[in-house]
Design a protein around this ligand. Structure first.
Ligand code: S3P
Length: 425
């Protein structure tokens, strides 16, 4: 696909689509609850539709309307053994969280996904769940397809070796089915949407610093869930507004959960003009308006416990850094290697093609500032966030940019190219 290039003056308002992490969890808790759950501003991207498909295959009735999703919850005991292999598509969140849910159900099921899913590590989830008694068989002991043989689970105390909300959430779902209290100690604080939604659906879970405690045997009640916009989708426009000359972009209904707002802190530290105003709070999921305008930026060092708060934004933050004055160092981000693609290699390879001076390291990247972006043929590697980052990069490029595998953006932001176009017309 030929990308739009050589633009100045992006101006206007965007309402980014619903948050991907919260949309997945709204279907999961809706299905596991008793009664009906209505979800508005649900993200109808391919990943969240995979979660709907999986629960339908488990016997849950889910209706899709233009403005909402209605989940007819079955409760834990209403899930049925699927007749078919459960297809998670490209979604790491679906497969990892489903491993925790299915581990304690009294039937067996097999989960599989696309080629990218087949390369992503599942051992990090299977290892702790096995300590609770879970039974799995996986390709080469670590990869999808994974067969789960549901069984009775025991509680445990577990210290997470990686900062991963997916692993944490899978353990929480298993713990909700175990006989007693499970304690999970996080390495660093990661997104807490699972914990928030347990409380919203009438359950209990306690968090004390990095320690989480949850009891098994909990029942949930159906709710009305309002999904805030996805800050990880807003991130592309935050960066566009800052680096493209003569721009001012207003982003409405952006989710502002503090476990997700690392990009705002980074932009402030780089000297970017950004204002944030919280306008609503659904449960503990705040949302608000973010306004950015073209700014003079300075390079910084990004590492430590901010990394989980901006992990999905790092590809576009690398682009942001290329337009700052001075060097930016991203470290402690080795998790980038096990995303939809190896995002250290992918960002370095593709931005290099456009003329950016940057190098990959073991745990991040070193990016030179004040870079001029040139035309090139680039590719997304089938990774939605790579595809969107490259379109924002192309807006600054001085000649044609072609993007291969552009359709990857449908995973989290199907209207992305239309929303970009709305800002320069
Ligand atoms: C997610 C957690 C993160 C993130 C992913 C969504 C979630 O993954 O990158 O896009 O919804 O829990 P990890 O838990 O592997 O860091």
């Amino acid at each position: 696909m030929q990308l739009v290039t050589n633009k100045q003056g992006l101006n206007g308002t965007i309402r980014v689509p619903g948050d991907k992490s919260i949309s997945h969890r709204s279907i999961m808790f809706g299905a596991l609850a008793n009664g009906t759950t209505t979800v508005s501003n649900f993200l109808k991207g391919e990943d969240c539709l995979s979660t709907i498909g999986v629960f339908r295959a488990l016997g849950v009735r889910i209706e899709e309307f233009p403005d909402k999703i209605v989940v007819h919850g079955t409760g834990w005991d209403g899930l049925k053994r699927p007749d078919e292999t459960l297809d998670v598509g490209n979604s790491g969140t679906t497969i990892r969280l489903m491993l925790g849910i299915l581990a304690g159900r009294p039937f067996d099921a097999t989960l599989e996904g696309d080629a990218s899913i087949g390369k992503r590590p599942m051992g990090r989830v299977m290892l702790p769940l096995r300590e609770m008694g879970a039974i799995f068989e996986a390709k080469d002991a670590n990869f999808a397809p994974v067969k789960v043989t549901g069984t009775k689970l025991q509680p445990m105390t577990y210290t997470l070796p990686v900062a991963s909300a997916q692993v944490k959430s899978a353990i929480i779902f298993a713990a909700l089915q175990a006989d007693g209290e499970t304690t999970i100690i996080e390495k660093e604080k990661t997104r807490d949407h699972t914990e928030q939604m347990i409380r919203q659906f009438g359950g209990a879970i306690t968090t004390d610093g990095l320690t989480i405690r949850v009891n098994g045997g909990q029942e949930f009640q159906g709710q009305n869930v309002v999904v805030p916009g996805d800050i990880s989708s807003a991130a592309f426009f935050i960066v566009a507004g800052l680096i493209i000359p003569n721009s001012k972009i207003r982003l409405e209904n952006v989710g502002l959960n503090p476990t997700r707002t690392g990009i705002i802190d980074v932009v402030k530290e780089m000297g970017g003009k950004i204002t944030v105003e919280q306008t609503s709070k659904a449960g503990d999921e705040p949302a608000g308006t973010v306004i950015v305008e073209t700014s003079d930026l300075k390079g910084i060092e990004i590492g430590g416990d901010i990394i989980p708060r901006l992990i999905d934004e790092l590809p576009v933050i690398a682009l942001l850094a290329s337009q700052a004055n001075g060097q930016t160092v991203i470290k402690d981000a080795e998790e980038l290697k096990v995303k939809e693609t190896n995002r250290i290699d992918a960002v370095v390879t593709e931005l290099s093609k456009m003329g950016v001076a940057l190098v990959g390291t073991d745990d991040g990247m070193i990016i030179e500032g004040n870079q001029t972006l040139h035309g090139a043929t680039v590719q997304s590697y089938g990774d939605h966030r790579m595809g969107m980052m490259l379109q924002i990069a192309a807006l600054l490029a001085d000649s044609d940019v072609a993007l291969e595998k552009a359709e990857a953006i449908n995973v989290s932001y199907p209207s992305f190219f239309e929303d970009v176009a709305s800002l320069y017309q």
